[in-house]
Design a protein around this ligand. Sequence first.
Ligand code: GAR
Length: 225
Amino acid sequence: MAVLKAGVLISGRGSNLQALIDAAQKSGYPATIACVISNDATAGGLERAKAANIPTHIISHRDFKDRLAFDQALDAKLQEEGVQLVCLAGFMRMLGSWFVERWRDRLINIHPSLLPAFAGLDTHERALEQGVKFSGCTVHFVRAELDHGPIIIQAVVPVLPEDTEETLAARVLEAEHKIYPEAVRFIAEHRVNVLDERVFITGIAAASETLISPIDGLAKSPAAQ
Ligand code: GAR
């Protein structure tokens, strides 16, 4: 099977980019990273790409008169690099509908919550404020609405009573690094179909366990039943 050429868009430290780089370096992984584009020249992720000999490009939104002109420059660079799938990995600019439609179902994003809960910024702060017992992360196809679109894969993590934004973010991030390369793999293996804005993946089992939090140890033990 031909290897899928992914382009990764970043704005910051690039730990999800690193997870994709690490996966792509494993033998048999069906995708390669053709290029990394950042809208910020100081993004730490650029160094990760360079260390892996991946071409990098800086396209700053500040250099363009409007969103469309910026989006068109991104698109031109992605085409030039032969990119087939665009992966947003901490890319903190909204893409306009021209770009989103042009890359429809070939443009994915990772977000640090169980979408559609907590779209947007300050995800972990809001999750803690709301007192949710589980949080997690989502990889989804991008639609024009922020952090919205058909869900490909999610991971659930517990929110612990002593959590701070930092501890929760770290737990979620660890899960992000697991699911992003998986989502790209499913797509590269041509197993992902979008039907009526829902994603169906062939040859895969859905999670079968119910998670409960908090769990009362007594209720769980056989003696209590
Ligand atoms: C990640 O937690 C990602 O889910 C989030 O930005 C972080 C980037 O970290 N993205 C969003 O919030 C998109 N709405 P990274 O640069 O280390 O991958």
